[in-house]
Design a protein around this ligand. Structure first.
Ligand SMILES: Nc1ncnc2c1ncn2[C@@H]1O[C@H](COP(=O)(O)OP(=O)(O)O)[C@@H](O)[C@H]1O
Ligand SMILES: [Mg+2]
Length: 234
């Protein structure tokens, strides 16, 4: 079976700035992969390249075994790949429910519907008619995750989903990510919080200077946590 997502020898740029240097990675169906590395190594640029927001000048990208010449967000969505972007990006003048409908409109049909999202995040139902930006940071992140799920993806790319959130919210999101993964959705989790990585991921990829430089299995143990943390120490 071909990988849901496969990047091979990718060189990506913002204008003249050369950010990814021959990056390779793959995520298979149902996998839980963490992408780690210190600030500025190019983790978000991996996401931006998959969405066509950074320019790929060499290498190749495949979605579900299909080579994608010019990646675009809608092409990723058509192949069941959706992104929860860094910084959440809730549409400011839409309510919670309108934000969810927007996610549904750009995605695929499947088991995730507005009522199912409300079962997962009851607080979103309570706040259904509130403008997205009137939510707390944690609620906005739940909405961003709900908006991704409702597109019925086979792979969700989560770019630092717990950045700046209180530990109790991080715990809640970790449970949600595990539930979603248990239902068969693959995750690529970009994360600086290594305790979250060991709770959710089964494999890690460590980046340095625009390339994947190490990878290995993730176990929920203190030894594994220490081992992985070495890759993100400044
Ligand atoms: N739009 C942009 N134009 C030029 N350089 C950028 C742009 N966005 C990010 N960069 C640079 O690309 C590098 C990688 O950034 P990024 O992918 O955001 O790293 P990470 O997500 O790992 O923190 C950094 O040096 C950053 O300054
Ligand atoms: Mg980033």
């Amino acid at each position: 079976m071909s990988a849901l997502l496969n990047l091979h020898g990718v060189h990506a740029f913002y204008g003249a700035a050369h950010i990814l240097h021959g990056l390779g990675l793959h995520v298979d169906a149902g996998e839980r992969v963490a992408l780690i590395g210190r600030n500025g190594v190019g983790k978000t640029t991996v996401v931006n390249t998959i969405l066509g927001l950074a320019q790929m000048r060499a290498g190749d990208i495949q979605f579900g075994g299909v080579t994608i010449q010019r990646p675009r967000p809608y092409i990723a969505a058509q192949h069941g790949i959706v992104v929860v972007p860094q910084g959440r990006r809730i549409v400011a003048n839409l309510t919670v429910e309108e934000n969810l409908h927007l996610g549904a409109a750009t995605g695929r049909k499947g088991p995730w519907t507005v009522p199912e999202i409300y079962k997962l995040f009851p607080i979103l139902q309570e706040r259904a008619h509130t403008p997205g930006t009137a939510l707390s940071g944690g609620q906005q992140q739940m909405l961003a995750v709900g908006r991704a799920l409702i597109a019925n993806p086979s792979l969700i790319l989560l770019d630092e989903p717990t950045e700046g959130l209180a530990p109790v919210i991080v715990d809640q999101l970790a449970d949600i990510f595990n539930q979603v993964a248990a239902q068969g959705t693959a995750l690529l989790l970009i994360e600086q919080n290594m305790s979250l990585v060991v709770r959710v991921a089964h494999r890690y990829l460590a980046m340095a200077k625009g390339a994947v430089v190490a990878e290995g299995p993730v176990e929920n143990s203190r030894e594994c946590l220490k081992d992985i943390e070495r890759h993100v120490m400044v």
